[in-house]
Structures are given as structure tokens and as C-alpha cells.
Design a binder for this molecule. Structure first.
Ligand code: FAD
Ligand code: SF4
Ligand code: SF4
Length: 477
């Protein structure tokens, strides 16, 4: 260990940007065994590992780095999978620069340990070697638990409950398992086979999936409560934040998730209407994406790969104040995306009066003003600085809010916060409805995969305690 003084940081090889633009394959190659061991050996085995402190799952990073450096990969896998249900997914898509790696103490003066890449390598190797096995609970329990939503939060909870022997039923309105892992996040960040192999494993573990089933429409929450000992709501947030301005209703202006879902479905071999008629395909178009978060980055990079003529990202603040990961901005720039910083759309221009398609975005230059109460600088338009960007396809990527949850779940009594997220007990994860728990984005608001996993694990523990208590109370009667 401590090889950071001798060995430079080396990330897995990144494909050339020209090659990346022509397909949807992941952009990073796999670590080779000697390279992974060498990179893991750069860790200085800190007494207080800040990497672990800043990992939402409190992963035991120094231990699995040491085991990797020593070539003890099966043990490294055991340690890594003890705190994380999907390490190979987090290793690929966590914003490590803001979490573990951004807090690695050797970063000052030396580049951080490549924690994410090693984490991915350990579990990819474990799958290859057959060390990743379906769950066989030590004892089966009679009680069943239902989970609404097969995203990372719901799936992590499903695994943890199955491990404890519960009969686990997961309901999702989509036809595939994964939530945003399958239909939101593009293949070039997370290849779909990685998600599909987890789905197969969970089925082999005895978790039952009820797909294409929407709770609140096909089955009511009350029916689930009657059938199961507890219910977990992990439905994510899907209502796109809207943008105003004249011409916003023009054809050719689409929501980010509609666009990304169509692209992901096409990649999975589905017949996608928006592809057949070209409405959700960027090929040969001037594309303008509005927004500065990770969803916007996924849209611009998807458009590049679809063969757009030009791809511009309009963001009202500057690069330093962008919410998206800097790593993703860099990748997008390398792939030929043009960023128009400090620019906000004001109107959308169409082909003619009563126009039938968008042709451009009229924008205004912004400048950063004084910080507001939250410390964030305000943005103000600069008078007379209007300009027009040609556009055949405009993608709105301004973030997501929760749907109207009492209506969506057909559960008028369920408690929500003033942001519309489900209200839960801080430690119990239970809503105001007895036996109904909630976790992931629907509680936090739009967040990260790693936080959804954390919440799913914690909620599973609380559900277990609740069911055991309820069973003991019945037995005592
Ligand atoms: P979701 O993943 O949203 O899953 C919820 C599931 O519930 C869905 O499958 C949905 O179909 C289902 N559902 C909803 N309502 C019902 C109902 N009534 N009945 C049945 N099923 C229902 N995070 C990262 O860490 N790294 C990234 O790189 C990253 N990139 C992202 C890119 C995009 C485009 C987006 C939109 C998000 C990204 N995120 C990323 C955020 C991350 O995907 C989410 O924080 C995470 O998926 C939340 O998990 P979840 O389980 O709470 O919800
Ligand atoms: Fe880093 Fe995410 Fe892995 Fe935690 S789960 S160690 S934050 S990559
Ligand atoms: Fe190793 Fe960096 Fe974590 Fe310290 S902070 S234990 S050097 S990975």
C-alpha cells in the first residue's frame, strides 16, 4: 500500500472521442488485473478514511482496496457487496468526484485513488468468476412484502428483505426492471446488460416481479396493504419541470425523459414510435438542450451519438455553477457538444405564424448577481443581449418533481411534504399510513442512485422491525 508516492493515478482507458460518438458502448475500458492491483495499492489506508465517510453507503473502501492490491479478489467482493447491493453500478455512475474520490486525502498533491473503477472491477470480476450467487435465505418467512417501483431503491430493499426470508413482490408500471437505470441513464454510462443480469439474479433469488402493473390504476394501494404485511413505495420522481415562454407548445420541443427513454428502448431492440416518425430522433438535426444537470448531459451526449448536425447546451449560469458532474461536462465537450453558458431561453420560434415546427430558440445573455439566502448567486438578464440559436429539436432538461402522490397512488390520505415528496418518519421510513413505507427519490426528491440504494437498505431494516413487532403482537393476543 501507500504506493501513491511512486505510482501515478491511472484511470481505465477512455475510448477516443471520435469512436465514442459513433456508438452507445461504455466509454471506459475494463481495468486489467495488474493495473487494478497497482491502482488499489496507491491507497494510504487512512486511520480516518474520508472516502468512506463521504460514501453514502459507508463502503469499507480501504479494506477492499487492500484486498484488491493483494490479489484477494473474492474476499474484496465479499467486503464490497456487504454494504452495497450494486457495486458495479455505483462504480460506473456515482459522481465520485463529489463523493468518495473527491474526499480521498491523497488528492492534495497527488491524484485520488481510482475508487469507483476498482469497485466496478471487483464486482465485474466476481460475475465473471461466478462468485455472485442468488440469495438463498437461511429460513423462509410466511410474511410477504410488496414494493412499488423496481428502481435502485426498490431493488435494494427487495434484496435485503429476501435475504431475511420474506416473500417479496415488486410491482412496476414499466415492462422491464431497473427504473431510471434501464430507461433513464444512457447505455454509454451504464450498459443495459449490467442491469439485466441483476434482474435475472433477483428472479433466481425468488423475488417476484409484477411488471406493466401501475399501482393506483391497475391495482390499488389498499389492495396491496390487504395482501402484504408491509408496502414500500419507491416510485421515484417523474414530473418534468416546465419552462415558459411564447412558442413552448411547438412540435419539436420534447421532454428529456421521453427522449432518453426512446433512445434506451431503441437500444434494447424495442419498436419505438418516436423513432419511426423521427420526433424523438436527433439524426440530422440542430439540437438545443436546455438545462445544466446530469440529465442535460445525458441528452446532449445521446444526440451526438444519434448523428445530430449540431448539439448545443444552453445553461443560465456558468460552468463553475453547473449542477452536473464536471466529469460528464468534460466528456460532452470532448464529444463535440457546444456549451452556451450564461444564456436563458425566452421564446421558441416556429416556421410561420401558427407554425408547425420549432426552428430556433430565442435566448438572452445572463450575468451572475449577488448570492441569495442559500449562498447561490442570482442570475439576471442583460438588456438588449438577445440572440437566436437555430434548432430542429429542443430538449427540456430542467429536472424533475414528484407527481401528485395521493392522486397517483389513489391514496388521498397519504401525507406529503410541501415539495410533494412522501412524508416519512426520519428513522422509521414509514408514512402516515401504518405499514406503508417509502424510500429513494420519492422521499428525497431527485437525487442519486447510491442514495436510493442506501434508503432502500435502511427502509428494509425498518420494515423487518415493523413486521416482527406486528407478528409478536398478534402472537401475544
Ligand atoms: P427510480 O429509479 O425512478 O425508479 C422508480 C420506479 O418506480 C420506476 O421503474 C417507475 O416505473 C416505477 N413507478 C413509478 N410509479 C409507479 C406506480 N404508480 N406503479 C408502479 N410502478 C411505478 N444518478 C446517479 O447516481 N448517477 C447518474 O449518472 C445518474 N444519471 C441520471 C440520468 C438521468 C437521465 C436521470 C433522470 C437520473 C439520473 N440519476 C443518476 C438519478 C438516479 O437515476 C435516481 O436518483 C435513482 O434512479 C432513484 O431511484 P429510485 O429507486 O428512487 O427511483
Ligand atoms: Fe464511491 Fe459511490 Fe462506490 Fe461509495 S458507492 S465508494 S460513493 S463509487
Ligand atoms: Fe485510501 Fe484515499 Fe480512502 Fe485514504 S481517503 S483510505 S487514501 S482511498
Amino acid at each position: 500500500m501507500l504506493q501513491f508516492v511512486r505510482l501515478e493515478q491511472q484511470t481505465p482507458e477512455k475510448r477516443d472521442s471520435a469512436a465514442r460518438r459513433s456508438d452507445f458502448g461504455e466509454i471506459y475500458a475494463d481495468f486489467q488485473p495488474p493495473q487494478a492491483a497497482a491502482q488499489a495499492s496507491r491507497c494510504s489506508q487512512c486511520g480516518v478514511p474520508f472516502c468512506q465517510v463521504h460514501c453514502p453507503l459507508s463502503n469499507n473502501i480501504p479494506d477492499w482496496l487492500k484486498l484488491t492490491a493483494e490479489g484477494r479478489l473474492e474476499e474484496a467482493y465479499e467486503v464490497s457487496s456487504a454494504t452495497n447491493n450494486f457495486p458495479e453500478i455505483c462504480g460506473r455512475i456515482c459522481p465520485q468526484d463529489r463523493l468518495c474520490e473527491g474526499n480521498c486525502v491523497i488528492e492534495k498533491g497527488f491524484e485520488s485513488v481510482t475508487i469507483g473503477a476498482v469497485e466496478r472491477y471487483i464486482t465485474d470480476t466476481a460475475f465473471e468468476k461466478g462468485w455472485v450467487k442468488p440469495i438463498h435465505p437461511v429460513r423462509e418467512r410466511a410474511e410477504s412484502i410488496s414494493i412499488i417501483g423496481a428502481g435502485p431503491g426498490g431493488l435494494a430493499a427487495a434484496e435485503e428483505l429476501r435475504r431475511r426470508g420474506y416473500q417479496v413482490h415488486v410491482y412496476d408500471r414499466h415492462d422491464r426492471v431497473g427504473g431510471l437505470l434501464i430507461y433513464g441513464i444512457p447505455n454509454f454510462k451504464l450498459e443495459k446488460e449490467i442491469v439485466l443480469r441483476r434482474w435475472r439474479l433477483m428472479e433466481e433469488s425468488g423475488i417476484v416481479f409484477h411488471l406493466s402493473t401501475e399501482i393506483g390504476r391497475d391495482v390499488s394501494l389498499e389492495q396491496l396493504r390487504a395482501r402484504h404485511a408491509a408496502v414500500l413505495v419507491a416510485t421515484g420522481v417523474y414530473k418534468p419541470r416546465e419552462i415558459g415562454g411564447p412558442g413552448i407548445g411547438l412540435p419539436g420541443i420534447v421532454a428529456a425523459l421521453d427522449y432518453l427513454t426512446a433512445s434506451n428502448r431503441a437500444g434494447l431492440g424495442d419498436a419505438v414510435p418516436g423513432f419511426a416518425d423521427g420526433t424523438l430522433d436527433a439524426k440530422g438535426k440542430n439540437v438545443v438542450v436546455i438545462g445544466g444537470g446530469d440529465t442535460a448531459m445525458d441528452c446532449v451526449r445521446t444526440a451526438v451519438r444519434q448523428g445530430a448536425t449540431s448539439v448545443k447546451c444552453l445553461y443560465r449560469r456558468d460552468k463553475a455553477n453547473m449542477p452536473g458532474s464536471m466529469r460528464e461536462v468534460k466528456n460532452a465537450e470532448e464529444e463535440g457538444v457546444e456549451f452556451v453558458w450564461l444564456a436563458a431561453p425566452e421564446a421558441f420560434i416556429g416556421t410561420a405564424e401558427g407554425a408547425d415546427h420549432v426552428t430556433g430558440v430565442r435566448a438572452v445573455r445572463m450575468h451572475l448577481g449577488l448570492p441569495d439566502a442559500s449562498g447561490r448567486q442570482s442570475v439576471e438578464p442583460i438588456d438588449g443581449s438577445h440572440f437566436t440559436v437555430p434548432a430542429d429539436l429542443v430538449i427540456k432538461a430542467l429536472g424533475f418533481d414528484p407527481e401528485d402522490m395521493p392522486a397517483a397512488l389513489a391514496a388521498p390520505d397519504v401525507g406529503v411534504t410541501r415539495w410533494g415528496t412522501l412524508k416519512v418518519g426520519q428513522k422509521t421510513f414509514m408514512t402516515n399510513l401504518p405499514g406503508v413505507f417509502a424510500a429513494g427519490d420519492i422521499v428525497r426528491g431527485a437525487s442519486l442512485v447510491v442514495w436510493a440504494i442506501r434508503d432502500g437498505r435502511d427502509a428494509a431494516q425498518q420494515i423487518h422491525a415493523y413486521v416482527q413487532q406486528a407478528t409478536a403482537a398478534v402472537a401475544a393476543e
